[in-house]
Design a protein around this ligand. Structure first.
Ligand SMILES: Cc1ncc(COP(=O)(O)O)c(C=O)c1O
Length: 406
């Protein structure tokens, strides 16, 4: 056998032509931590806490599903999703002011698959996607894997700077095909798109006759302040609204959804039929069984209390460790993340941090431009408050070691 198999040469020629597959360094970071082993406090993963997963009492749910549905729970399903689940999702959307029926819903393998399906339906090579910068890394890669170009627009504490987006598009004389936004407790910045910016973004999208992906997996995890109406409740006909049971139930069952018009749902279903045919029937039935218990609202309340306590522990620990250093972080009203600026290279800091027993995701993982090098995403969702406290201590030690090199 030759040193380089033909299959690898074929992939290499695509890479050389600028058509390589893009992934996510966020997912890579998790692999780095696993390979390193040992005692690491991970502020890297945006994954629910073990305590949160246990609240679902999935063993009982599994017994209920198998007793009730038998082997049909383990068979293929309808591409658009289980009818009862589509109705549950539509009802949740209506409660948030979105005019939706079950036929406007497609159940997907997580919100991430819904992003990819929307890209397959709406994007062609060379199309321009506008997103905040930094932005959800996996979505940026999904756009690029369709051959789309990404215009990254600065974000501030109110979310994506819509005026800057409009100005840049005007100066370049370009038409945007798609806008991508995480309106609540953004990944990675934690920011929430303000009322004014929501309306401005929709107006800009309308001016470009563009589609908006509203990716909203964190909306139920608000710890302070009042809910803002989703973009899809303000303008129904050009917004694809995405949600997920990953952050509020069980990410491992891979169940999310898109709410759009029935024609878009049909197109997304066609795209899904070449991927996985249907979302895991068992996963969907577990969500349905959990919903039938009637305790979802209480469950969300418990999650909010759990994560608010973690956020508060993280705020206290970072304040103790980093006060007076010039390191800064924000104070989101919900979600899983702080966005920190350290003034040192986050890649360098990560190497040392792992030696010290703590991890995070470097900021440049969330851009396509190599920016945000001195920033990092600090996820407080998974460790317990005591571990958060210890992790912040370790992070300070790593920071001091990197600073000492300057
Ligand atoms: C903004 C955003 N969108 C989508 C996802 C993917 O979620 P899911 O597990 O539903 O695919 C995540 C998960 O980290 C996220 O942060």
């Amino acid at each position: 056998m030759s040193a380089e198999p033909a299959i690898a040469r074929a992939a290499f020629s695509l890479e050389a032509a600028g058509q390589e597959q893009h992934g996510s360094f966020v997912d890579e970071t998790i692999g780095i931590i696993v390979r390193h082993g040992g005692d690491i406090v991970s502020f890297a993963a945006g994954a629910p806490a073990a305590e949160a997963l246990a609240l679902a009492r999935v063993d009982e749910l599994m017994t209920d599903v198998l007793a009730r549905d038998g082997m049909s729970a383990l068979n293929y399903g309808v591409t658009e999703g289980e009818q009862e689940l589509r109705e549950i999702v539509a009802e949740g959307a209506r409660a948030r002011g979105i005019d939706a029926d079950a036929e406007d819903v497609i159940v997907t393998a997580g919100a991430l698959q819904a992003i990819d399906l929307a890209c397959r339906v709406f994007l062609r090579a060379g199309d321009l996607v506008v997103s905040g910068s930094p932005s959800f890394a996996n979505a940026l890669s999904a756009f690029r894997n369709r051959g789309a170009r990404v215009l990254e627009v600065p974000q501030d504490e109110d979310g994506i700077d819509v005026s800057a987006a409009a100005r840049t598009l005007r100066q370049r004389g370009e038409r945007a095909k798609l806008f991508f936004v995480v309106p609540n407790f953004d990944n990675p910045t934690g920011t929430t798109l303000s009322e004014e910016r929501r309306d401005a973004l929709l107006a800009l999208a309308a001016a470009h006759d563009a589609v908006v992906i509203e990716d909203d997996p964190y909306e139920a995890l608000r710890y302070r302040g009042k809910d803002l109406a989703p973009l899809a409740a303000r303008m129904r006909d050009r917004v694809i609204h995405l949600g997920s049971f990953s952050k509020t139930f069980l990410p491992g069952i891979r169940v999310g959804w898109a709410v759009a018009d029935p024609v878009t749902v049909r197109r997304m279903a066609a795209a899904k039929q070449t991927m996985d045919s249907s979302t895991s029937t068992l996963g969907q039935r577990l969500v349905i069984a959990f919903h039938r218990r009637g305790t979802f609202p209480d469950h969300l309340g418990a999650l909010r209390r759990l994560y608010a306590a973690k956020q508060s522990a993280a705020r206290t620990a970072l304040d103790r460790e980093f006060r007076g250093t010039g390191v800064s972080w924000n104070d989101p009203d919900g979600g899983f993340y702080f966005w920190m600026r350290t003034g040192v290279s986050s890649r360098e800091l990560l190497d040392v941090a792992i030696e010290e027993g703590v991890a995070f995701v470097p900021g440049d993982a969330f851009t396509t431009t190599g920016g945000c090098r001195d920033a990092l995403r600090f996820s407080y969702c998974a460790p317990t408050p005591a571990r958060i406290d210890e992790g912040a201590r370790r992070l300070r030690r790593a920071y001091d070691r990197v600073r000492a090199r300057d």
